[in-house]
Design a protein. Structure first.
Length: 197
């Protein structure tokens, strides 16, 4: 996705060999024009997959997921990371090791919002080691629903998440793929889609 790639090139800050900071458009300040395009692109890629609902994780997955949900005309559920007094019904829970915070988090979704008939598109902002996505897959599996695919805004292809999810049989669609962040230098995996989108 050309617009996303340009934004990463212009505004992304390489914090270390493994971490990219994109606080100016995705993780803190949000660029709604870019998010709208991201939603359109996810909708285009998953239009033939019978998706009935989107599941994401707070907080940075919410904006791309909502824009995709708007474009696809379906609802969006986000997994909560903190215990909420109001989240008590029929809880689906999984444990996720956070790459950026280096701590284990319990994530939870109320089972009332995912039914066994649902075909779920999982969306997140980043894919690194795949912990967050696998936690969401676990929650969807517990509900009895089916995972239609995983949509990622920025995949760091040098980490193991994309390969692990693909090896498990899940379709992963990443709108930007980072090949390396070594020595402060950001390089992309060349993607065929760049030509068409
Ligand atoms: P994973 O669970 O795949 O190891 O990591 C994905 C999660 O960690 C995402 O939800 C994202 O919030 C965070 N994350 C992983 N790598 C990065 C990164 O390079 N930059 C930012 N801003 N967040 C990241």
């Amino acid at each position: 996705m050309r617009l996303l790639r340009e934004k990463i090139e212009e505004e992304g800050i390489v914090l270390s060999d493994g971490v990219l900071k994109v606080d100016s458009f995705l993780n803190h300040q949000i660029d709604p024009v870019l998010m709208k395009e991201i939603g359109i692109e996810f909708a285009r890629r998953f239009k033939n997959d019978g998706v009935t609902k989107i599941v994401t994780i707070e907080s940075s997955g919410i904006s791309p997921a909502v824009m995709a949900g708007l474009e696809m005309g379906i609802k969006v559920v986000f997994a909560r990371k903190r215990k909420s007094l109001t989240l008590t019904n029929n809880l689906l829970v999984s444990s996720v090791y956070s790459f950026t915070k280096q701590e284990e988090n319990t994530i939870a979704v109320s089972g009332q919002f995912i039914s066994p008939e649902d075909r779920i598109l999982i969306i997140d902002d980043f894919l690194a080691n795949g912990e967050a996505a696998k936690g969401l897959v676990d929650i969807v599996n517990q509900s009895g629903a089916t995972v239609a695919g995983v949509g990622i805004v920025i995949e760091k292809s040098f980490q193991k998440g994309a390969k692990e999810l693909t090896d498990l049989g899940y379709r992963v669609e990443s709108l930007a793929k980072i090949a390396s962040l070594k020595e402060g230098q950001l390089s992309f995996v060349e993607q065929l889609e760049e030509v068409t989108s």
